[in-house]
Write a protein that binds this ligand. Structure first.
Ligand SMILES: [Zn+2]
Length: 182
């Protein structure tokens, strides 16, 4: 178990004192507050540092363990994978995690002294809930045409139909060079 001082720089702790419920099975306390997780990024989504994540958790002592259940709400800045516009991505998720003196790697979280640190729980929950490739809306048509000129057919000058412009297949590039040499 890593001591709290080994925390990577820039990742704030959300330490909660649990003295009044520790070892008293069935005793509960509430954690209801905005917390700063120091910025979270996954794929095309970022929760900037200093933007609070809303936490509403019930902590209950269960024997030697503490069980945290409740909701976590965060709003990320998402970059649409089609049109690249920025738009808000809200996550509102249920969490249920267990804290123990001797935590199981990847399954439970540590009780240190008479405190628990909620930050790793919140960070893991929000990162898993955010979409890797967000869409601003389900039918996003993609980039506006003027951003990526297509080089399509130009208007006819003499009333004839314009020649259709067909993108050259790179596999034929060598052949068309041969023809130009004739
Ligand atoms: Zn979009």
């Amino acid at each position: 178990m890593a001591p709290l001082t080994d925390r990577p720089f820039g990742e704030p702790a959300v330490v909660v004192g649990v003295t009044r419920i520790l070892g008293r099975s069935g005793a509960r306390m509430e954690v209801l507050r905005p917390v700063d997780l120091g910025g979270l990024t996954v794929g095309g989504c970022t929760v900037p540092a200093s933007r609070p994540v809303d936490v509403d958790l019930d902590l209950e002592c269960d024997g030697a363990a503490i069980v945290a259940t409740g909701t976590v709400r965060a709003v990320a800045d998402g970059e649409c994978r089609r049109c690249l516009d920025l738009f808000p991505v809200s996550v509102d998720l249920r969490v249920r995690e267990v804290f123990e003196r001797r935590p199981t790697e990847g399954e439970t979280y540590p009780i240190v002294g008479e405190t628990i640190d909620l930050a790793p729980v919140l960070r893991d929950a929000v990162l898993l809930a955010l979409p890797l490739a967000p869409l601003c809306r389900p039918d996003c048509p993609g980039p506006a045409p003027e951003r990526f000129p297509t080089g399509g057919p130009t208007a006819p000058e003499n009333g004839e139909e314009p020649e259709p412009v067909v993108a050259p297949d790179p596999r034929w590039a060598a052949l068309s060079e041969l023809r130009l040499d004739d």
